[in-house]
Ligand binder design. Structure first.
Ligand SMILES: Nc1ncnc2c1ncn2[C@@H]1O[C@H](COP(=O)(O)OP(=O)(O)OP(=O)(O)O)[C@@H](O)[C@H]1O
Ligand SMILES: [Mg+2]
Length: 234
């Protein structure tokens, strides 16, 4: 099929063109193939740390997630795998409160956070989020970046102590603590971002593309929290 975009006048070739209705129909069919709610609950060990039910969410009026169910127990890791544009980041956005929820619910521990602001999800429900995109403050030092992770803490000394624990753990960051974060390598930045999220000692850690830019030995390190438990990775 060929079409001519009005701006260029150059014909473009399409392999397939789908109407919005056809996309919705395909989404319904795919949803029917997924695991049932009972299957998900059977995989969850103990009390759910995150429980997403029938989530329809997106941006503005554009619905991207057409009824997602997820359950992850305390101490468990849950990994979302899918092609580019599948909606993985949108699931994380929804759990942290960055996208618009049209229907369904998101429970973290005993709290229903579906309508809670993002800052309250961090402070009240213990959800921390490491974005897919680079989010270090390049003109601040490595140490200042870490301390920013504790901006919601009442006591600055608590953030300081948590930052010291990170430096004890990661020599690479410790050696660069007074340098501008902008000079870090891609992998070191990722390490800093994940460490910054751990300053609040979250109950649930959402990491979008956790291993992007990391060497294999660092991948193992970042998947273990400071108290030695495995992080719950979504
Ligand atoms: N802020 C936004 N506003 C409107 N649409 C968006 C926005 N962010 C993402 N989308 C759309 O939502 C869909 C899912 O995108 P999302 O980023 O969740 O995919 P992904 O699975 O994380 O992809 P990738 O593997 O490339 O990171 C895409 O069609 C994308 O264009
Ligand atoms: Mg993504």
């Amino acid at each position: 099929m060929a079409a001519t975009p009005p701006s260029t006048g150059v014909p473009m070739d399409f392999e397939t063109a789908l109407s919005v209705d056809a996309v919705e129909e395909a989404a319904r069919e795919l949803a029917g193939e997924g695991p049932s709610r009972q299957d998900l609950e059977a995989l969850c060990q103990g009390e759910p740390a995150v429980d997403v039910r029938g989530l329809r969410a997106g941006y503005g009026r554009m619905e991207i997630l057409h009824g997602i169910d997820l359950v992850a127990g305390r101490g468990q890791s849950l990994c979302l795998i899918g092609p580019n544009g599948a909606g993985k980041s949108t699931v994380l956005h929804a759990v942290f409160g960055f996208s618009d929820v049209m229907a369904g619910s998101i429970q973290v521990g005993a709290k229903d956070v579906t309508r809670l602001a993002s800052s309250r999800r961090l402070s009240d429900a213990g959800v921390a989020y490491v974005l897919q995109d680079n989010s270090v403050f390049p003109d601040m030092t490595v140490e200042e970046n870490l301390l920013m992770g504790g901006f919601l803490l009442d006591r600055r000394s608590a953030a300081k102590q948590a930052a010291e624990r990170v430096f004890d753990r990661y020599e690479r960051l410790a050696n660069r603590r007074h340098r501008r974060a902008g000079v870090l390598s891609g992998g070191e930045r990722r390490l800093l971002e994940i460490s910054r999220a751990l300053i609040m000692e979250p109950d649930v850690l959402l990491v979008d593309e956790p291993s992007i830019g990391l060497e294999p030995r660092f991948i193992d390190k970042v998947c273990t929290t400071s108290d030695g438990h495995e992080a719950k990775i979504l």
